[in-house]
Design a protein around this ligand. Structure first.
Ligand SMILES: [Zn+2]
Length: 214
């Protein structure tokens, strides 16, 4: 258990000991550099730890997390992570992972003011508006929330494909796939939404960018 600040250091030492017993050169090797194949964009929620639930080891996932896993085109933090992952690390897969029962998505679906975060979550209200016919037809609150969680992933995946970073990678012939999935807190299982994108054919014309260098 991790209850106190000091627990973090006690647990850290235990972890180093366990890892080093199994692989004595683990930290030496890792300190030489990283070559992750995956960029993970997920929710900040403490119950959705990217490495744990995928069995990934240190060095295997490049991670960006924010509340309700939103891809916002003016978010310099997300854009910097995306640009570095695609153009420097040359990851081959970008994953946007949401989770059922997401508190951020629930706030966006409601009408209560929570504070500053309302501005961040406003983008999820746009997702609701885009899909309001389908969502308004669902009576059960939890089913509606879970569907909005899925649609939010769908729209964030779409948003990623419209970035200049992803479009340029594709026009340069880089092998880059963008995936959407949802984590189920109740079962621990990942649900692949089968909306993986491998080229710019799915992008509506208005978002299309001509190749950067012609
Ligand atoms: Zn969440």
């Amino acid at each position: 258990m991790t209850r106190t600040y000091q627990d973090l250091f006690v647990n850290n030492k235990k972890w180093v000991q366990e890892v080093t017993e199994q692989k004595p050169d683990f930290f030496n090797k890792l300190s030489a550099g990283q070559q992750p194949k995956f960029l993970w964009i997920g929710c900040s929620d403490s119950r959705v730890p990217a490495e744990k639930l995928t069995g990934a080891l240190p060095g295997e996932l490049f991670v960006h997390r924010n509340i309700a896993n939103v891809v916002i085109h003016s978010d310099m933090s997300m854009l910097s992570v995306l640009d570095y992952a695609v153009n420097v690390l040359e990851v081959e897969h970008i994953i946007v992972c949401g989770h059922y029962g997401c508190g951020g998505v629930a706030v966006a679906m409601g009408n209560k003011q929570v504070g500053l975060i309302d501005n961040w979550l406003r983008y999820i209200k746009d997702v609701y508006r885009l899909h309001q016919d389908e969502l308004n037809a669902i009576d059960d609150y939890h089913k509606k929330l879970d569907r909005l969680v899925e649609l939010n992933i769908q729209e964030q995946v779409y948003g990623l494909t419209t970035t200049s970073i992803v479009q340029n990678a594709w026009s340069q012939g880089k092998p880059l796939e963008v995936h959407g999935m949802v984590y189920d807190l109740k079962t621990g299982l990942l649900n692949d939404l089968h909306i993986s994108r491998t080229d710019s054919s799915v992008i509506d014309n208005v978002y299309r960018l001509e190749p950067e260098y012609v």
